[in-house]
Write a protein that binds this ligand. Structure first.
Ligand code: PLP
Length: 405
């Protein structure tokens, strides 16, 4: 990954390679310290427990919460399920209503569907053309029986950053718990749930140069003390909120990746924004290329562009030997439907199908970006040359209103 591959990786929002420093921190917990963190009667167990304690503190420090408020999970999908189903089950005496947003990750939307199947009611908020939540609509949607509002911190497809502090105020005024899927934001931009009035927060190690299969859920334990029902039982690990032997090497890796993010994030964000803007500016200079979502507020590493009159899939196939990016609803590429995120922003089905997501990261270089610009430009010219819709557009007939697929 560190520059040796010919195939340029610009799909960091799907997953990141593990940083070597992270792997180095993990290795002793496979070999020298193989203990179970729940074994309290010998030094192997104590070593594992100490390592988990340190990692818990490292992750907590990154988002400025107390280590006691973190539950380790298998990733953000599990954290989202635990938060949404766990709150729904515990706060039934208050009500059965949840508010979320149409552009959430499937891990939130599907957990909300599960809640509906359990007898709950869910309101799915619309977003504006930039993908932002409207605070007045949010305030109107919250009811006396609303137990949870779930709004992602930053979107995985467009990078748009929601105004979490303002959202936190609306929820506080109406005395509702607020949870945020911050999987794309943690380690990329400063995220402080307590300051923003966020009571539950999901994140995942593999989005910040840690290993796959490890995540965390922040659960506020003071003002308010949030209680969630466990979804996985058996042994009472993690204060009873998530049972199962802890993935010690994975958690150590998560801790290390969080510590690295804390010291390197600010400089890295600046570097990535420059590279992203270099890529975006060059591609927007091509005719009929449009950005999906706002220039800001946005994560520094992502650019979502639609190449009008051709399909994103066709474009990806044209440069698949040289460049790896995502199309459509990226995270569920098993699902070929156009992105629900882009459609919710009022983008047409054709333009959503014409979209590609470029996401950069720690090992992206200027040379790779310049090479990517060339590769994309060449592929756009090639695929458009084969597109009847593009030919008609050149002749002055615009098929866009009817669709060109
Ligand atoms: C990647 C991602 C997830 C899923 O995380 P896993 O750890 O892979 O389960 C959830 N939400 C968002 C916003 C993501 O980007």
């Amino acid at each position: 990954m560190e520059n040796k591959n010919k195939l340029i990786y610009l799909d960091y929002n799907s997953t990141t390679p593990v940083d070597r420093r992270v792997v180095d921190a993990m290795l002793p917990y496979f070999y020298d310290h193989p203990g179970n963190a729940a074994s309290h009667h010998h030094a192997y167990g104590w070593a594992a427990e100490d390592a988990v304690d340190q990692a818990r503190k490292q992750v907590a420090d990154l988002i400025n919460v107390s280590a006691k408020e973190l539950v380790f999970t298998s990733g953000a999908t599990e954290s989202n399920n635990l938060a949404i189903k766990g709150v729904f089950q515990t706060y039934q005496s208050k009500g059965k209503h949840i508010v979320t947003v149409k552009t959430e990750h499937k891990a939130v939307l599907d957990a909300c569907l599960a809640v509906e199947k359990m007898g709950g009611e869910v309101t799915y908020l619309e977003v504006d053309e930039e993908g932002l939540v409207n605070l007045d609509l949010l305030a109107e949607a919250i009811r006396p029986d609303t137990v949870l509002v779930s709004i992602m911190w930053a979107n995985n497809e467009t990078g748009v950053i929601q105004p979490m502090e303002a959202i936190g105020k609306v929820c506080a005024e109406q005395n509702t718990l607020l949870m945020s899927d911050a999987t794309q934001a943690v380690g990329k931009i400063p995220i402080f749930p307590k300051e923003a009035g966020v009571h539950l927060l999901s994140c995942s190690a593999h989005k910040l140069y840690g290993p796959k299969g490890v995540g965390a859920l922040y659960v506020s334990n003071r003002q308010p003390r949030v209680k969630i029902g466990a979804q996985i039982v058996g042994g009472g690990h993690e204060e009873g909120m998530r049972s199962g032997t802890l993935n010690v090497p994975g958690i150590v890796g998560f801790g290390k990746s969080a510590a690295l993010a804390k010291t390197e994030m600010a400089k890295e964000a600046e570097r990535l924004a420059k590279l992203r803007n270099r890529l975006e500016t060059a591609l927007l200079e091509l005719p009929e290329v449009y950005r999906n979502g706002p220039a800001s507020p946005r994560l520094p590493q992502v650019s979502n562009l639609s190449f009008k009159y051709i399909k994103g899939e066709a474009l990806m196939m044209a440069f698949k030997e040289e460049l790896a990016v995502s199309s459509g609803s990226a995270c569920t590429s098993a699902n070929p439907d156009p992105s629900h995120v882009l459609l919710s922003m009022g983008i047409s089905e054709n333009m959503a199908e014409a979209a590609l997501r470029f996401s950069l990261g720690r090992f992206t270089t200027t040379e790779q970006i310049d090479r990517s610009i060339e590769v994309v430009k060449k592929a756009v010219a090639k695929v458009r040359a084969e597109s009847p819709a593009w030919q008609l557009f050149q002749d002055g007939v615009d098929l866009a209103p009817m669709g060109w697929a």
